[in-house]
Design a protein around this ligand. Sequence first.
Ligand code: DQA
Length: 146
Amino acid sequence: TRILVLHGINLDMFGKRDPATYGSATLAEIDERLRALGRELDVDVTCFHSNIEGVLCERIHQAFRDAVDAVVINAGAWTHYSIGIRDALAILKAPVVEVHMSNVHAREEFRHRSVFAEIVRGQICGFGIDSYLLGLRAAASAARQA
Ligand code: DQA
């Protein structure tokens, strides 16, 4: 079972960026936790980050060609407005799990809307790193049911 974890815009600044909202873990630490959980769940975890929308879209196209079994995505602010990333995700046959570190619904109104909502299998937000870890568990389970 191969699961691709995608991180979008500004998420490489986790650890430096607003620790009250996002905690102190760096993206490298988050990826390490995800790979460790992947070993525990016996799934193959690949992590990828870009601050460039087109690069993330091309990585999603690659995931389609590779026929990965599931995708976990935290697209950062792109969540709220990128139809380009939504359309790329919609190409995938595999289940997509959307995650956010913060509880986006308890924040500014512009964060309440996810343009991915209609096309993802489900969403997890508000649990910090655990949002990613729960997302990976959900993705592994969804992939196995597929
Ligand atoms: C985020 C929430 C987004 O609204 C924000 O733009 C981010 C991070 C989160 O993980 O809580 O960059 O996706």
